[in-house]
Ligand binder design. Structure first.
Ligand SMILES: [Zn+2]
Ligand SMILES: [Zn+2]
Length: 344
């Protein structure tokens, strides 16, 4: 079978690999759609384990099931995940599923979803694989994981109806935050980015105001929000100037969510006195767990959140290198989806 082997952002090769054998508890799927995620092109994060086959926003058709699998049968349309929490450890039981040690260390995909076929093993078969409702297409289904991470992040902010929201960074995650915040009843929504075309997308997807990242964001925000900063500030980029702006844009009683974080070598200074005096919360959010995927599916299936309008490119596996290039540059694309088998 063909796979897209990742060496670095500008070197992704089409290579051959045997179709994985499955054991009694595994399933094999024919990959139908596989989204390129912002984290796939975070080179410093990915390059440590290269070469490897990436891809974790995936849908497909079950073509083989192990003898002991009774939940799925060939022909099922599914969405599946490489990381799932154990649901048994103290972290999981306390609701911090993405801090589960298993979640972070066990990868249940072989080789990865930029591939014609994908073997799913372990807990991912039990709790990480869900059947797609008929009204969610394969390509829409690739948004279940990214939307799940966004819904988890929003929950971490403690968002309430009417809250003002500042989304810093209007890439795909930022845009999903805008859509999801709106669906959950947010008040004013403002988005910032360095690129005009992303700000246009932010407006199209529900932002009331936008501003270029170079502006004095706290003042711009106060100008349109009755002299107030934002109740919930969401950082979807770890760039240091953005982090500093975010720090200065949270209103009293508000929350700043680090959905993206600075690189390990970048240290952030926090004015704890201001935060302490004003009851401001700093939060992080990493990944998504089954509860988030159920929510994502419900919101998509009921039409409360539309994602199809965010897909800008659909490419066969053969063109994965240009897909990565586009996603890494992030200029004229939102979501790039790889569709293995689309050229057969
Ligand atoms: Zn992702
Ligand atoms: Zn656990």
């Amino acid at each position: 079978m063909k796979v897209g082997m990742y060496y670095n952002n500008s070197d992704v090769r089409l290579e051959e690999m045997p179709v994985p054998d499955i054991g009694n508890n595994d399933i094999l799927i024919k990959v139908k759609a596989s989204g390129i995620c912002g984290s796939d092109v975070m080179e410093w994060y990915r390059i440590k384990r290269a070469p490897l086959v990436l891809g974790h926003e995936v849908t497909g058709e079950v073509i083989k099931v192990g003898l002991d699998v009774d939940k799925f049968k060939p022909g099922d349309r599914i969405f599946t995940l490489h990381h799932v929490p154990c649901e048994e450890c103290p972290e999981c039981l306390k609701g911090h599923q993405t801090a589960c040690r298993d979640f972070q260390s066990i990868n249940n995909f072989e080789p990865g979803a930029f591939s014609e076929y994908l073997k799913v093993t372990g807990k991912s078969v039990d709790t990480g694989t869900l059947k797609l409702p008929d009204n969610i297409s394969y390509e829409e289904g690739t948004f279940i994981e990214p939307l799940g991470t966004v819904l988890r992040g929003l929950r971490a902010t403690g968002i309430k109806p009417g809250d003002s929201i500042l989304v810093i960074g209007a890439g795909l995650s930022g845009l999903l935050f805008i859509k999801a915040a709106k669906a959950l009843g947010a008040g004013l929504i403002m988005a910032t980015d360095m690129q005009e075309n992303r700000l246009e997308a932010a407006k199209r997807f529900g932002a009331d105001y936008t501003a270029l990242a170079g502006e004095d964001i706290p003042s711009t925000l106060e100008g349109v929000n009755d002299g107030r900063l934002a109740d919930r500030v969401i950082l979807t980029t770890g760039a240091m100037p953005a982090v500093e702006q975010a720090m200065d844009s949270v209103e009293r009683g508000g929350t700043l969510l680090f959905f993206a974080v600075p690189r390990p070598e970048d240290k952030v200074e926090v004015d704890f006195n201001r935060y302490w005096r004003n009851d401001i919360t700093l939060k992080t959010s990493y990944g998504s767990a089954p509860i988030d995927h159920y929510q994502a599916i419900e919101l998509m299936s009921s039409g409360r959140i539309e994602v199809k309008d965010m897909i800008t490119h659909r490419l066969p596996l053969e063109q994965i290198a240009s897909g990565f290039q586009m996603a890494a540059e992030g200029k004229d694309c939102l979501k790039v989806i790889i569709e293995p088998g689309s050229q057969d």
